[in-house]
Design a protein. Structure first.
Length: 469
C-alpha cells in the first residue's frame, strides 16, 4: 500500500523477555534487519534483572531455536539492541527509558504484554514525556469483551489519535490471508458467482491437531471464541465478504471490513455449539471445573445486499484431526437432468495454511459411456517462498512505517466484540469431545447444508477427500 507517513526512529519493546519475544519477535527483528526495514534502535523493556549482554544472549538463543541465525543480520541487530530493566509500575524505569530515547523524535512503543497492563504503561509513558509523535502497537487480545475493549479504546484515544494506534492481529500479516483479497478483486470471473444468487453457504475451518501446549493458565481465561474466532476468523470472513474498496489506502480498505461486521447480527445461542476436549481439565493451569471451550462452531448471517440469506459457518478447535485453515464456498446445485447421485454442489476451496491452495470442485463424466457425474477438483497450490515475510515481520514493519491497513481500527474491534458479547455474557452448554475427532456430536446443530467439508489429512490427495461431516 502507498504510505507517506514518516518512519518511526526507534522501537521500544515492552515484554522483551517473554515467550512471544523469544518465539516470534526476535526472528521477526532479524528478518527486518536483513531486508533493510530495521535500522533504528530497539529498546527492550522488562523486569528480569538482566544486563544488555544477557538480553543479546537471549536474542541469539531465540534465533538458534526459532528460524536460524544469519550472522551478518544478527550482528547488525545486536548493534541496535538496548535494554531497560525495571518494573512497569516504577517511574524510575521510565526515566531510564527516557534517557535511552534522547534524540529520538518518533518512537514506536510495542506493548507485547497482557492488556491488563496497557493502561499502567501508557500512563507512565505520558508522565515521562516519551509519547511525543509516538505510535502505539498493541498485542492481542484487545480486551476480553465489549466493555473492556471500549474502556481500552477510551484510554488510548484520550492520549492518541486513532491514526497512531496499531492493534495487532498477526493473522492479518499472513500473506495467504491477504491473497484472498487480491484473488477476489483481480479476477473478473469471481464477481459472476460471488453473491447470494449462486452461493449456498460459506464455511471457515481453523483446526489444530494439538492442545494448549502448556499454556493452560492463559487459555483457560480465553477460550476458542476469544482466542481465534472474534479476531482471526472474523478477519478472514471480512476478506471474503467485503465489497471492493474505492481506493487501496488503509482507511478505504478498513471501511469495507467494518461494513461487513455491521451487517452481522449479534450471535444467538441456537447458532453456537461449544465443546471441550476430554483431558483438558487435567492440563496445568486449568481450573478443575473450567467451562472454557476448546472448540466452537458458529452460524452467522451477513445481512448485506450481496450476502443476505447466505449462512456463514465458522468452526475452530484444538485437538482436531489436522492442523489446517480452510474456506469452502459451496454453490447452489444445478437443475437435476443427470442421475441425482452423480451431481454434487460445485465449490471453491481456499486453504490458508499449512500450504496455500485454491481449488474448484466440479462434476465431470465418470468412466464409461453412461452420462453419470463424478466429483473432481481443479487445484492450484503454492508453497511458501523463502522471500515471503512472516506475519510478525510484516505487521511490525508496517506499523513502524505508519501503514495501518493490516491493523484493527477502533470501530472494527468494537463491532467484532459486539457480535460475540451476548454469548460470552450468558454462556451456552459445553459438550465434551474426543481428541482428534471433529468436535462434539452436538455440532450437527450448527452444520452447513451438505455437511462440513473436512480438510484433508496432509498425505491424502485433495481430490480423494470426503465431504462427510
Amino acid at each position: 500500500m502507498s504510505n507517506t507517513h514518516p518512519h518511526s526512529d526507534a522501537l521500544v519493546f515492552f515484554g522483551a523477555t517473554g515467550d512471544l519475544a523469544y518465539k516470534k519477535i526476535f526472528p521477526a527483528l532479524q528478518a527486518m534487519v536483513k531486508r533493510g526495514n530495521l535500522t533504528v534502535p530497539v529498546i527492550g523493556v522488562a523486569k528480569a534483572g538482566w544486563t544488555l549482554d544477557q538480553f543479546k544472549a537471549r536474542a541469539l538463543d531465540s534465533l538458534e531455536k526459532h528460524g536460524g541465525v544469519d550472522p551478518e543480520a544478527f550482528q547488525k541487530l545486536s548493534g541496535l539492541l538496548r535494554y531497560v530493566d525495571g518494573d512497569y509500575s516504577d517511574p524510575a524505569t521510565f526515566e531510564t527509558l527516557g534517557r535511552e530515547l534522547e534524540g529520538v523524535g518518533r518512537p514506536a512503543h510495542y506493548l507485547a504484554i497482557p492488556p491488563t497492563m496497557f493502561e499502567q504503561v501508557l500512563g507512565q509513558l505520558v508522565h515521562c514525556g516519551c509519547m511525543t509523535n509516538a505510535r502505539m502497537i498493541l498485542e492481542k487480545p484487545f480486551g476480553h469483551d465489549l466493555a473492556s475493549a471500549r474502556h481500552l479504546n477510551q484510554v488510548l484515544l484520550r492520549k492518541f489519535d486513532e491514526t497512531a494506534i496499531f492493534r495487532i492481529d498477526h493473522y492479518l500479516g499472513k500473506r495467504p490471508v491477504n491473497h484472498m483479497v487480491v484473488f477476489r478483486f483481480a479476477n473478473a470471473f469471481m464477481e459472476a458467482f460471488w453473491n447470494r444468487k449462486y452461493v449456498e453457504s460459506v464455511q471457515i475451518t481453523m483446526a489444530e491437531d494439538f492442545g494448549v501446549q502448556g499454556r493452560g493458565a492463559f487459555y483457560d481465561q480465553t477460550g476458542a471464541i476469544r482466542d481465534v474466532v472474534q479476531n482471526h476468523l472474523f478477519q478472514v470472513l471480512c476478506n471474503l465478504a467485503m465489497e471492493p474498496p474505492v481506493r487501496m489506502d488503509s482507511e478505504s480498505i478498513r471501511d469495507e471490513k467494518v461494513k461487513v461486521l455491521k451487517a452481522i447480527p449479534d450471535l444467538e445461542e441456537e447458532h453456537v455449539v461449544r465443546g471441550q476436549f476430554r483431558g483438558y481439565l487435567n492440563e496445568k493451569g486449568v481450573v478443575p471445573d473450567s467451562r472454557t471451550e476448546t472448540f466452537a462452531a458458529l452460524k452467522l448471517e451477513v445481512n448485506s445486499w450481496r450476502w443476505h440469506g447466505v449462512p456463514f459457518y465458522i468452526r475452530a478447535g484444538k485437538n482436531l484431526p489436522v492442523t489446517c485453515t480452510e474456506i469452502v464456498c459451496r454453490l447452489r446445485k444445478p437443475p437435476a437432468i443427470f442421475p441425482a447421485d452423480g451431481i454434487q454442489s460445485n465449490y471453491m476451496r481456499m486453504r490458508i495454511s499449512p500450504d496455500v491452495t485454491i481449488a474448484m470442485g466440479m462434476t465431470v463424466m465418470a468412466d464409461g459411456e453412461k452420462m453419470i457425474g463424478l466429483p473432481a477438483e481443479m487445484v492450484m497450490s503454492h508453497q511458501k517462498s523463502a522471500q515471503e515475510m512472516d506475519a510478525y515481520e510484516r505487521v511490525l514493519s508496517d506499523a513502524m512505517a505508519g501503514d495501518a491497513t493490516l491493523f484493527a481500527r477502533e470501530d472494527y474491534v468494537e463491532e467484532a466484540w459486539r457480535i460475540v458479547d451476548p454469548l460470552l455474557r450468558t454462556g451456552t452448554p459445553l459438550h465434551p469431545y474426543d481428541s482428534h475427532s471433529w468436535g462434539p456430536d452436538a455440532v450437527e446443530q450448527v452444520t452447513p447444508p451438505g455437511g462440513w467439508q473436512n480438510p484433508a489429512i496432509a498425505h491424502e490427495p485433495a481430490a480423494l477427500r470426503s465431504e462427510a461431516a
